[in-house]
Design a protein around this ligand. Structure first.
Ligand code: SAM
Length: 280
């Protein structure tokens, strides 16, 4: 019988956040696959757990993935641990989960800390709808394209960032989102110097002109204000006829209504006219 892969969330700072189930799993599995073995050894030593460890990270995930799958197929149980927090969130755990699914191997999760969600709930920004955007690329063009692609999203956005890239990222976000956009810079969660800075992108840029970013950061960004652009999709949900009739019902002439609907949909007026009068 195949073994099972346990995705074990570990603390993002405070060791008191490890769950008793997580420790039980560490004690029961045959092997722990860790993104950063040195960090995981410290955790295991703290809880006096002695278990075989192997590394599984971005640079060895292809060969190690195959090795871990072969162990699981031989009935061994494996715990997967990221350097901190929840595995498969901004780490190669995602690939191992996919491999397990392809190989019919059971995967289960042992829930616990995740930096992005804790930053979101502390941010004071809307939590009802949000998107996790992870790390921006180091490639300048890709970073810009990423930010441009989300600038009109009206839900809250969550980004991870390393301290030495924070100033650049704030500057790129300012260019893409505008300086008035609200953000929360959530730093060193669950640690001694935990801090939440709630401000605008302009204020953040001014602050980090004078101060150097220190520690681990999550950047939570307010969504865009609803504009005509963000209504674009609304037109996808109604027919051309309904669209034109809406403006006529609001008092426009049919000529103006056709012109406005054509502009909303970025279509030639003639196409909207023909569609509106089709079947007359
Ligand atoms: N798997 C982790 C999770 O569940 O959140 C994230 C791993 S990702 C490689 C590391 C990034 O998470 C850091 O660069 C930082 O953006 C964020 N992070 C991790 N620990 C944090 C903490 N204590 N406070 C703030 N951000 C943290």
């Amino acid at each position: 019988m195949n073994g099972k892969l346990y995705l074990c969330a570990t603390p993002i700072g405070n060791l008191g956040d490890v769950s008793s189930r997580c420790l039980e799993v560490f004690n029961s599995v045959d092997l722990i696959a860790a993104e950063d073995t040195r960090r995981t050894i410290q955790l295991l030593n703290h809880f006096e757990i002695s278990k075989p460890l192997t590394s599984y990270h971005e640079h060895n995930k292809h060969e190690k993935g195959g090795y871990i799958i072969s162990l699981l197929k031989n009935g061994k149980n494996v715990a997967l641990v990221s350097d901190a927090g929840t595995p498969a969130i901004s780490d190669p755990g995602e690939d191992l989960v996919k491999l397990c699914i392809e190989n019919d191997i059971d995967v289960t999760s042992i829930p616990g800390p995740v930096a992005g969600i804790n930053a979101l709930i502390l941010s004071g920004l809307p939590t009802r709808r949000f998107a996790f955007e992870g790390f921006l690329s180091v490639n300048k063009r890709h970073r810009k394209e990423h930010l441009e692609s989300v600038k009109n999203d009206t839900h809250t956005l969550i980004f991870y960032e390393a301290p030495h890239k924070l100033k650049n990222t704030i500057s790129d976000m300012r260019s893409a989102f505008g300086g008035d956009r609200k953000i929360a810079l959530v730093r060193e969660l669950t640690k001694l110097h935990e801090e939440v800075k709630r401000c605008t992108l302009d204020e953040a840029a001014a602050f980090y002109e004078e101060n150097n970013p220190r520690g681990e950061y999550v950047i939570v960004v307010e969504g865009a204000v609803e504009t005509e652009n963000s209504e674009e999709n609304v037109w996808d949900n109604i027919s051309v006829k309904e669209h034109v009739d809406k403006y006529i019902a609001e008092g426009m002439t049919s000529k103006d209504a056709i012109k406005k609907a054509a502009s909303d949909r970025n279509l030639p007026k003639r196409d909207v006219y023909n569609e509106y009068h089709r079947g007359d």
